[in-house]
Design a protein around this ligand. Structure first.
Ligand code: GDP
Ligand code: IMO
Ligand code: MG
Length: 430
């Protein structure tokens, strides 16, 4: 039976979503992005060649897979075309594979300027955004003043709406933040030049997805960021500006929740976070440095070092609830190779009480002390192992313990960055 699978990050992003989406495309007809923008950085390694995708769905390297950008994604057209051209130059037939919704809100250069000006003005309170204009673009969406891909079809309308939007943004830049404004005419002309390349890609996404399901094709919905960066459920205000949980796959593409058959939660075997905000299991010692070094934990979009810590089962249990996670894919198990012991956070201590749930008030996250359970590590390499029973006993025990605490099956284990370095325990499309 055909299935629609949503793939979500269950931590603070960078769980390895891109790698797993690419891996699963061998059985899918389409990959659909449904939220976020070019703040995402999804890394694929195929036969030793690295590709980093920001806006283009992680199915683009597979023959016969359509890549769709749904209405929930905020689109910076110059970045989209840059990615398009870089892939085309490598021989990827992007023009044949990529399609985009007419309802996508556009990220304008003034959104980027506003994001960066606000971060600078926030000093110690800064969120540590990717500086890609994501927040201001989503603000304009809910304020009902966005320009959308559909506006590109009518140049006069586009110019008028761009003028109005930029006048407002430039006022904020100049009068409130005291920084340089962005030139309207230059922006308009540059954008007109790009329009011709975007229009042929525009399709009716709900209709397309409905047909695909009716035909019995498998579909992958590719999440960006992670559950704890969700604007509602995450560590607010240190979050991104979209819903990153599985429900967004419906609202961000125009299908209903009944069209989602399975939710695959991607989780690292430890935890990382890039940017500011609470992180109960963060390690500031040699172990943290070890995980960062072995895991090569640097942001795929901004190059910033990622903060590292132990696996947080308290946060994970909530993430599983937030997205109705059906099964888990544990990535980067190999990064834990060679450790004497491994810790799992099973509770938070707050005001001398231990709870197994995140704090009721998100502001109290900062005061939560992790309560750990410790397990023995393993001393042999797991890199590239593709069969569960070839993993060292301690690694198998670690995975079983996670399943027990999380009450959710681990269906895939990733043992390296390459497309083929996986243990598939139960294929989500089966
Ligand atoms: P995404 O944003 O969730 O797609 O994840 P990123 O691509 O930003 O970060 C994940 C990083 O880990 C990338 O550099 C991947 O190549 C790498 N990676 C993914 N899975 C594994 C794994 O199982 N083992 C190792 N060592 N690296 C992995
Ligand atoms: P992928 O899809 C990790 C973080 C930023 C910052 C916060 C808000 O690769 O997992 P934004 O620019 O979205 O307004 O920044 O969210 N952030 C990510 N962290 N992975 C990502 O994407 C992220 N996208 C945004 O670091 O803390
Ligand atoms: Mg990433």
């Amino acid at each position: 039976m055909a299935k629609s699978i949503v793939i979500v990050g269950t931590q603070w992003g960078d769980e390895g979503k891109g790698k797993i989406v690419d891996m699963l495309t061998d059985r899918a007809a389409a990959v659909v992005r449904f939220q976020g923008g070019h703040n995402a950085g999804h890394t694929l390694w195929i036969d030793g060649e690295k590709t980093v995708l920001h806006l283009i769905p992680s199915g683009i390297l597979r023959d016969g897979v359509d890549c769709i950008i749904g209405n929930g994604v905020v689109v910076h057209i110059p970045s989209l075309l840059e990615e398009f051209d870089a892939l085309t130059a490598k021989g990827v037939p992007v023009a044949a594979r990529l399609r985009i919704s007419a309802a996508c809100p556009l990220i304008l250069p003034t959104h980027i300027a506003l994001d960066q000006a606000r971060e600078r003005a926030s000093g110690q309170q800064a969120i540590g955004t990717t500086g890609r204009g994501i927040g201001p673009a989503y603000e304009d969406k809910v304020a009902r003043r966005s320009l959308r891909v559909s506006d590109l079809f009518d140049p006069a309308r586009f110019a008028a709406r761009l003028a109005a939007a930029m006048e407002f943004h430039n006022f904020m830049l100049q009068e409130y933040y005291g920084v340089e404004t962005v030139d309207f005419e230059q922006t308009r002309d540059a954008w007109f030049e790009m329009t011709g390349r975007i229009l042929p890609l525009v399709i009716d996404v709900p209709d397309y997805l409905h047909d695909l399901r009716a035909k019995g094709s498998n579909i992958l919905f590719e999440g960006a960021q992670g559950t704890l960066l969700d604007v509602d459920q995450g560590t607010y205000p240190f979050v991104t500006s979209s819903n990153t949980t599985a429900g967004a796959a419906a609202t961000g593409t125009g299908i209903g929740p009944g069209a989602i058959d399975y939710v695959l939660g991607i989780v690292k075997a430890y935890t990382t976070r890039v940017g500011a905000g609470p992180f109960p299991t963060e390690l500031f010692d040699d172990m943290g440095e070890h995980l960062a070094r072995v895991g090569m934990e640097f942001g795929a979009t901004t190059g910033r070092p990622r903060r590292c810590g132990w696996f947080d089962a308290v946060a994970l249990r909530r993430a599983i609830v937030n997205s109705s996670v059906s099964g888990l894919c544990v990535t980067k198990l190999d990064v834990l190779d060679g450790l004497e012991s491994i810790k799992i956070c099973v509770g938070y201590r707050l005001d001398d009480e231990v709870t197994a749930a995140p704090p009721f008030l998100v502001s109290r996250y900062e005061d939560c002390e992790p309560v750990y359970e410790e397990m023995p590590g393993w001393q042999t390499s797991t890199v590239g192992i593709t069969e569960l029973d070839r993993l060292p006993d301690e690694a198998q025990a670690y995975l079983r313990r996670l399943e027990e605490i999380l009450e959710t099956p681990v269906v895939i284990v990733s043992t390296g960055a390459d497309r083929d370095q996986n243990i598939v325990i139960r294929h989500p499309f089966d």
